[in-house]
Design a protein around this ligand. Structure first.
Ligand SMILES: C[S@@+](CC[C@H](N)C(=O)[O-])C[C@H]1O[C@@H](n2cnc3c(N)ncnc32)[C@H](O)[C@@H]1O
Length: 283
């Protein structure tokens, strides 16, 4: 399996994402979040989100759009980090946007006060109605599978759909971070024709092109495990590919090289993350 063997069925990245964000992908998703819940814990404690919400509310109420809501790990992390105590006087009406009906149902199920489920938008970001006027819009570890040619247009819709004075936030891993480096090595070894993941740097460029004055906070952290079943499940989800087992990933090509750099002598794995938390306020 050396140097860039193309598997017979390699749907492109956006299609892989849609196929795996489904009921059939539930076990794989759960394996992924054994480690990836940390992405959201780090994010939820990175700033005073209650203050961000409070300062955009009118009469104790505001409208939030959660772009690419996935299974709701970010609102769940905010709730776990103390948002209810800090913002229970607020009503945070939250619209859930995702092309996956499975994701929307999962995210809706985790919402609790101050969040109140509002509209369900079963569409890609590229189709967001730019006439909408949200007080807050966020997209947390959400834009990796957007086709690169559609990133600028999709991100511009986020900026346009935010009201003047509204608060925007996008969290995305940087080019050097595990998710991006791993997927590049996976693609080079098993699927060279599929689109790369979008990185934080490209999102920042798209936000700037859309007129957002972006502030960036860099969040460094590590995840890992000595449990090979956990590592295998996590990595398969990172690639949206459950056909390549961990032992095969470790066996050849750029992917084996990348994984060797994450593995200690005792066989345990540590992954290095750098998430960029990009925030702006619409003029
Ligand atoms: C890693 S999850 C996002 C996690 C989420 N922010 C959370 O808090 O749990 C990625 C989500 O992006 C969605 N997605 C993929 N392509 C998309 C697109 N073009 N527009 C919006 N969402 C998309 C997927 O369906 C999936 O639910």
């Amino acid at each position: 399996m050396g140097g860039g063997v193309v598997l017979p069925d390699t749907p492109d990245t956006a299609q892989r994402s849609l196929e795996h964000w489904s009921e059939a992908g539930r076990a794989e998703m759960q394996a992924f979040y054994t480690l990836a819940t940390e992405d959201y814990r780090v994010l939820a404690t990175a700033r005073d989100w209650a203050a961000d919400l409070r300062s955009r509310a009118t009469d104790g109420r505001l409208r939030v759009l959660d772009v690419a809501c996935g299974s709701g790990k970010f609102p769940a992390a905010l709730l776990a980090a103390g948002l209810p105590a800090a913002a229970l006087d607020l009503t945070v009406a939250i619209d859930l946007l995702d092309p996956s009906a499975f994701s929307i149902a999962e995210a809706r199920a985790v919402l609790a006060p101050p969040f109140v489920a509002a509209a369900e938008l079963e569409i890609p970001l590229q189709d967001l109605d730019v006439q909408a006027r949200y007080d807050v819009i966020w997209a947390t570890h959400a834009l990796y599978a957007l086709p690169p040619a559609e990133l600028t247009g999709g991100v511009a819709r986020m900026v346009t759909a935010l009201r003047p004075g509204g608060f925007g936030a996008v969290a995305q891993a940087s080019a050097a971070s595990h998710y991006l480096a791993f997927y590049d090595a996976y693609r080079a070894t098993y699927a060279p024709d599929v689109a790369p993941y979008t990185d934080a740097e490209a999102v920042a460029d798209a936000l700037t092109a859309a007129g957002a004055d972006v502030a960036v906070t860099r969040l460094h952290y590590r995840t890992g495990s000595a449990d090979r079943a956990v590592i295998g499940g996590f990595l398969q989800r990172c690639a949206f590919d459950d056909t390549v087992p961990l032992a095969q990933m470790e066996s050849a090509g750029p992917l084996a090289e990348y994984l060797a750099g994450c593995r200690a002598a005792d066989g345990s794995y540590t992954f290095e993350h750098e998430a960029h938390l990009m925030t702006w306020e619409n003029a």
